[in-house]
Ligand binder design. Structure first.
Ligand code: ADA
Length: 559
């Protein structure tokens, strides 16, 4: 399943998950022969034969095409650079493991064909988002793959922007159509949602894309909110020459997100976010997390009495976002990057790679009601003029979405110069862990900076705080790395932050332990080659800190 609901009733879509032929290669070229097989989706490092392999590999799958026509191949995630070929002809490629992409193969004849994918997960100057980091870059086709047969014009994506005025719900609807042919085509799109129908029409230029816009009015709507996350099907049907030719189905929620003073409002009601930072990583599957584990993660998050998730530090698998939509979990979705110092931000490739990631996030995840804010550039150089220029480009783009606030997680507590460009001020801090600073001392620094820069009337989120705890390491002295010490820190800091009236939300670092790729530089602080600040370990086994936080979150939820 691409999503937790059927995304097409007309378009034919086939899932290509399963065992593919596999071959490591010395260069980014297709091999002549394939000697092995690999599951798709999966991370090749989770197979003992390739557990340390970092480099290029090729995948091949024979596909059967039941009728002549155009094919659209959809990859929900390939880590981290890839090229796609059909019968040896290059169809396109993509960079960054965490956003979906598609490639078109026009005019394919009925019969068997060879689909091949070249993948490279090596670190290099060509890769400015996937770098040696405090999380692991796996290798492989790590999310599901689909083959679709599509007409000459298709529904590429849509944006559904709900509004509420005088008790009446309406929505601005924007439908993007793609024309694969060399001639302009007249298209009609009928959109149905919550019993309301609207038809838009227009010319789609040859080999181009066109956005058709309209407004729909509704009655009898059940709003989306954390307590009652009502969802509605959004169905777009494309007519070519009056005939139904293609469609795209999505799911939406009717909610208005507003920043009012230092509060975040959902449909006019202030919310306090009790969140966790969640990397997509698991001790058994790497980043290729199956739906059942996503579901059990959501269950653990809800059992914790948390109501929010920050997708650190990249876009998430849409099935997880669908689960957040269904469960009323508030999401800070973040585009792919972590820790950009000035040198990396100014690298010739960085801006292009990062802004592509931002567009793929905003354009294709727009309709998720659970995404209540966008984030970018975690702990990047927001304390420098050069960094500010890069931040401005990113934040100005996020600001084009008027339906949600935007922010970034800063660790420049005393000299951040980019806070004027966000709707919500967010800071990462680690009192009682990286040093003996108290929560109060950390908060004083952060509040001084917000006040100095005239941003003290904006909502304030503590986007990361935490401590390391090795699962099942217990110590009567409650020393650092013991579960006891981690639980003590989480209890103390969580209580203090939730009692601070200036704080509108927190995201604990972090939900689960994750594998890291930091080399010698950090192995001393990353026992087991993992970031051990999870409330649960990499196999989702709760630590003492999980229960310490649960007790406090439960109290906050019942206030
Ligand atoms: C930073 C960073 C996280 C993680 C954390 C830590 O805040 O944003 O990705 O590295 O530090 O565990 O130290």
């Amino acid at each position: 399943m691409e999503r937790l609901f059927q995304t097409h009733y007309i378009r034919n879509q086939e899932c290509l998950d399963g065992m593919w032929e596999f071959q490591t290669t010395d260069s980014f070229e297709l091999p002549k022969n394939y000697q092995d097989t690999m599951a798709v989706p999966s991370c090749w490092e989770m197979s003992v034969r390739y557990c340390t392999y970092n480099g290029c590999a090729a995948y091949r799958k024979r596909v059967y095409v039941s009728k002549d026509g155009n094919l659209r191949f959809v990859f929900k995630g390939v880590s981290h650079t890839c090229k796609v070929f059909l019968d040896g002809n290059e169809l396109g490629g993509h960079y960054s493991a965490f956003s979906a992409f598609s490639v078109i193969a026009p005019n394919v004849s009925k019969g068997f064909h060879q689909l091949e994918v070249l993948v490279d997960n090596a670190y290099s100057e060509q890769s400015r988002l996937h770098i040696i980091n405090d999380y692991f870059t796996y290798g492989g086709i790590t999310r599901p793959v689909f083959m679709e047969s599509v007409p000459d014009c298709l529904v590429e994506r849509s944006e559904f922007e709900p509004h509420m005025e005088n008790g009446i719900w309406s929505a601005d609807v924007r439908v993007v159509l793609k024309n694969l042919t060399e001639t302009d085509r007249f298209c009609q799109v009928t959109t149905v949602c919550a019993g309301t129908e609207m038809t838009l029409e227009g010319m789609v230029e040859q080999k181009g894309q066109t956005m058709l816009c309209g407004t729909m009015k509704f009655d009898g709507i059940r709003p989306w909110n954390p307590e009652s996350p009502a969802l509605y099907e959004l169905k777009h049907t494309l007519l070519l020459d009056g005939e139904e030719a293609d469609d795209l189905v999505d799911r939406v929620g009717f909610r208005i997100i507003q920043v009012a003073g230092k509060k975040l409002l959902i449909n006019g009601t202030p919310v306090f976010i009790r969140g966790v930072n969640r990397h997509e990583d698991h001790g058994s599957t790497g980043c290729a997390i199956p739906l059942q584990v996503m579901y059990s993660d959501i269950a653990l998050i809800k059992e914790l009495r948390a109501n929010g998730v920050r997708t650190c530090h990249y876009q998430n698998d849409e099935r997880f976002l669908d689960l957040c939509d269904e469960n009323g979990i508030l999401v800070w979705e973040e585009s792919h990057d972590r820790g950009g110092n000035v040198e990396r931000l100014l690298h010739p490739l960085f801006l292009g790679q990062s802004m592509t990631s931002m567009h793929e996030m905003l354009e294709y995840h727009y309709n998720h009601p659970s995404i209540v804010m966008w984030g970018c550039l975690n702990e990047a150089a927001s304390d420098t003029e050069e960094g500010r220029e890069i931040f401005k480009i990113h934040l100005d783009y996020l600001a084009t979405d008027k339906s949600r606030p935007h922010t970034f997680a800063s660790n420049r507590h005393t000299n951040d110069i980019c806070l004027d460009m966000v709707d919500i001020c967010s800071f990462n801090m680690y009192p009682l862990w990286y040093n003996d600073d108290t929560t109060e001392e950390s908060m004083v620094r952060v509040k001084n900076r917000i006040r100095e820069t005239g941003n003290d009337q904006k909502p304030l989120i503590i986007s990361e705080y935490g401590a390391g705890g090795i699962y099942n390491f217990h110590d009567v002295m409650r020393v650092r790395w013991s579960e006891e010490y981690q639980a003590d820190v989480m209890e103390c800091v969580t209580k203090e932050l939730l009692a601070d009236e200036d704080v509108m939300g927190v995201f604990i670092w972090q939900f689960c332990d994750v594998r890291v790729k930091w080399g010698a530089r950090n192995h001393m602080s990353r026992p087991k080659s993992r970031n051990n600040k999870g409330l649960v370990d990499e196999y989702r086994r709760p630590k003492m800190a999980y229960y310490a936080v649960q007790k406090i979150f439960r109290g906050n939820a019942e206030q």
